[in-house]
Design a protein around this ligand. Structure first.
Ligand code: MSP
Length: 507
């Protein structure tokens, strides 16, 4: 057994100014599917998510509710934490930026950057969007409003501390030239390069007027700008300042998964901040698109009525996870609708996958005494399974979930066609027990490969199918690439028909 390789994936840490919505769940499910996929390859996976709890946005949301910011974030952060059991997430940590471990780590980091001379005093006058927690220039506004939230910005003047971002322009360009995959997809990479080439201005990294934040070690009158504090969560959780061994093992991350709304922070500010402290840079920032409802970005302001819980109640955890990663090409924007969700669930999960499992297990019960036959035909499904595995592997290397897992549904389709073609019921009727068993042996083997390869995306139904196929060890104990080979289903194991894996949804 080779030593497990460390693998580190993150989601953004979400603002707990309100309850989580499907947009947050989307990134978390994508990160979880990747984490599970890497575990199947034997990696030692660190998977981080959490909440971003400081700053004006949180302070004001608390004021509006007449409670303290701490009271508010304690309540709403718990709702984000509850996404873990709700969506079968396997995050290994959940960080809250108000935790002492984070406050300590940020202060240590700030002092390093300050001592290195990259933080200087200055005066700031700017247009601030509280919803983004970011400044805009006049020409970035749409009318008088923030380009992301469409809300009025505020004019703010303050004496505060500046991070010398301008010093990092060339180093960032050099880094991105040397690491073409460091920002993906390519359109996002080009956007980042374009932004850097326009010239980078120093940015204000402290606030005098915001009390809800981490005090600067050398000027406790000022708190750290929320983004400066938030981005550092990725270091805190991997042990910066507290666990040198862990930090050496997991830093830098393999992937920061984010949506395109926070690309600049992750692909410009963040690497420069790390450079300022001589820390290695993340291998890849992948900025996916927006889930849109009727063409509008889904967010707390436009679609707070769809809670992940409602959809999980209706479609199950697997139905939820499956839908968004198959329906929307990761990287692009995608319109979502209830109708499309029902249609895809019924066709892909209930019909193609669920019915296949049902049919094969029932035939094996009727024609093979409910045992895995000790023979196979080794027909066309052998190649189909190999092609599926390689397509999924290629897809996951690019975070192309929809095509990657689409290949698993190709194998499901091929297995359904194989059954139509070979007609095991006719073989059985004709008394050809050997051929019946051989064909069903192929189908069961294909189901094994399907269960294994779909398990990072739909962990529940596949674990159940695994059990029904006669395995007594968990599916998560399997290791790729070997487990994707053909012919590994133990002959003679007892099958279990069970109830439909995905009951149809009638509307
Ligand atoms: N707190 C910051 C992130 C700090 S990371 C160091 C923040 N929080 S947020 O609550 O606004 O979450 C933004 C993220 O949530 C997006 O980058 C994306 O991952 C996810 N999404 C929120 N709405 C979404 C859609 N409508 N569609 C897709 N992803 C969505 O920004």
């Amino acid at each position: 057994m080779p030593e497990p390789k460390p693998f580190y994936v993150t989601t953004p840490i979400y603002y707990p100014n309100d309850a989580p919505h499907i947009g947050h769940a989307y990134t978390s499910v994508a990160a979880d599917t990747l984490a599970r996929w890497r575990r199947l390859w034997g990696d030692d996976v660190m998977f981080l998510t959490g909440t971003d709890e400081h700053g004006t946005k949180i302070q004001r949301a608390a004021e509006a509710r007449g409670i303290t910011p701490q009271e508010m974030v304690d309540g709403t952060s718990a709702q984000f934490e509850a996404l873990t059991p709700l969506l079968d997430l396997t995050n290994t940590d959940f960080i809250r930026t108000t935790e002492p471990r984070h406050v300590r780590a940020v202060q240590e980091f700030l002092q390093v950057v300050y001592d290195n001379g990259d933080i200087e005093l200055g005066t700031y006058e700017g247009l601030y969007c509280v919803a983004c927690e970011a400044y805009y220039t006049d020409d970035e506004l749409v009318g008088d409003n923030c380009p992301i939230h469409g809300r009025p910005v505020e004019r703010v003047t303050e004496e505060n501390w500046f991070f010398k971002l301008s010093r990092y322009e060339q180093r960032l360009l050099d880094h991105y030239a040397a690491h073409p995959d460091a920002v993906q997809p390519t359109t996002r990479r080009n956007e980042v390069l374009g932004f850097i080439k326009q010239g980078l201005a120093d940015f204000s990294m402290s606030r005098k007027s915001v009390s809800w934040g981490i005090p600067l070690p050398w000027d406790p009158e000022q708190t750290c700008y929320v983004w400066f504090d938030a981005l550092f969560n990725y270091c805190t959780a991997s042990g910066y300042g507290t666990d040198a061994e862990k930090f050496a093992r997991f830093w830098p991350p393999n992937y920061h998964l984010i949506a395109k709304d926070i690309l600049r922070f992750h692909a410009v500010y963040w690497p420069a901040m790390l450079m300022a402290a001589d820390l290695p840079l993340p291998q890849q920032v992948f900025a996916h698109g927006y889930l849109l409802v009727g063409g509008e970005k889904m967010s707390k302001t436009t679609l707070n009525q769809i809670a992940p819980q409602e959809l999980v109640d209706e479609f199950g955890v697997d139905g939820f996870r499956y839908h968004f990663l198959r329906e929307v090409h990761f990287g692009a924007d995608g319109d979502i609708s209830y109708e499309a969700m029902v249609a895809r669930y019924n066709s892909d999960l209930a019909n193609n996958f669920g019915n296949l499992a049902n049919r094969v297990l029932n035939m094996a019960a009727n024609y093979c005494d409910g045992l895995v036959p000790d023979t196979r035909a080794d027909g066309p499904l052998v190649d189909a399974a190999a092609i599926t595995f390689s397509a999924l592997t290629d897809g996951m290397a690019k975070l192309d979930y929809s095509n990657g897992f689409g290949a698993v549904w190709d194998l499901i389709g091929a297995t359904n066609s194989y059954i139509e073609d070979r007609q095991p019921w006719a073989l059985n009727k004709a008394g050809d027990a050997a051929q019946t068993a051989a064909v069903l042996g192929d189908c069961l083997e294909a189901l094994r490969v399907v269960a294994l390869l779909a398990s990072p995306l739909i962990p529940r139904a596949t674990a159940e199918l695994w059990r029904r196929l006669g395995f007594t060890t968990p599916i998560t104990d399997e290791r790729l690439p070997d487990a994707a080979g053909w012919g590994l289903l133990p002959a003679g194991a007892t099958l279990d028909k069970g109830a439909p894996l995905f009951p149809r949804i009638e509307t």
